[in-house]
Design a protein around this ligand. Structure first.
Ligand code: GLU
Length: 292
């Protein structure tokens, strides 16, 4: 039986623009899941991409959260302060023999895929054809010595050989079976930074002792990758809750670029936190249709 007193959820926004009603929905789900069980809800700033994230957006996010009366428990985790921890995890994976450097450019990957006649995967980007997985140690050394920029990818076939297809529990969809190879050898350290979303999110969910990951259903597919990483790194496996996303009247998903739905603009237009919360609750009983 699950000990509900131990539920720890998190809200993990990427401060790359103004906070949007979609962020608020994610925050409310995480807060509510913690509150109904007397648990904790942690805040994590996912700002590994320092080109798109900025302290300006973080400051505005705190203002929006305060205005809405949303609070979080414990210490705030800031990913841009944790690069050495991600680096150490990469080393651990290197020692396990599941990482390899990838020197391909985006253009080369697209050309390789076109040549193979394989369709790109829609939800998680291109399925990498595995070209650099076959480089010899000499070829790798030569490219490294020549300073060719490289990312680090995970050999998911090797991971699958090691851990098989473990399961995870999804509160909305039931028990799921993770297939590590499903989305190919994803990048764990980008060319321009010593980590990636997938690596950081798994390391940090474990570090913050998150027992229930609540996030949008657009990230459901990524959970295959996260569960595989937890398996190979020997990390605890949280439960997952992938909530529905907000849509406009035409049924189209609300996007970040929809400036009109930023909390700041709603506040300027005279909406109060109560009105916004009520609209969200209405949207939730409405198949996610957001009407403001
Ligand atoms: N940082 C991600 C976002 O803002 C959320 C990642 C997650 O919840 O796993 O979309």
């Amino acid at each position: 039986m699950v000990n509900i007193r131990e539920i720890v959820t998190r809200f993990a926004p990427s401060p790359s623009g103004p906070m949007h009603v979609g962020h608020l929905l994610a925050a409310m789900h995480a807060r509510r899941l913690a509150d109904v069980s007397g648990g904790r809800c942690m805040l994590r700033i996912e700002d590994i991409d320092q080109r798109s994230c900025s302290p300006h957006w973080v400051k505005l996010m705190y203002e929006d959260l305060a205005w809405l009366g949303l609070h979080f428990d414990g210490e705030v985790m800031v990913q841009s302060r944790r690069y050495p921890i991600y680096e150490a995890t990469l080393n651990q994976l290197r020692k396990l023999g599941v990482l390899y450097p990838c020197f391909c450019t985006r253009g080369e990957i697209k050309a390789q895929i076109a040549e193979m006649g394989r369709a790109p995967h829609a939800s998680l980007g291109f399925l990498y054809p595995g070209t650099c997985r076959h480089l010899s140690p000499e070829q790798i050394e030569e490219k490294m010595a020549a300073g060719v920029p490289h990312a680090w990818r995970i050999n998911m076939q090797r991971v699958q050989d090691m851990i098989g297809c473990p399961s995870w529990e999804d509160l909305r969809r039931g028990v799921q079976r993770c297939v590590p190879t499903l989305y190919g050898d994803v990048v764990l350290a980008r060319k321009d930074m010593p980590t990636s979303y997938h690596l950081s999110v798994v390391v940090d969910d474990a570090a913050q002792e998150i027992s229930l990951v609540s996030r949008g259903e657009d990230l459901f597919d990524a959970t295959h990758i996260h569960r595989a990483l937890q398996g190979v790194l020997g990390l605890p496996v949280p439960r997952y809750y992938h909530h529905t996303l907000l849509r406009d009247n035409a049924g189209k998903r609300l996007a970040k670029r929809d400036g009109a739905r930023s909390l700041a603009s709603l506040r300027e237009s005279g909406y109060t936190p109560t009105m916004i919360r009520e609209s969200l609750l209405e949207a939730l009983s409405n198949g996610g249709i957001w009407r403001i």
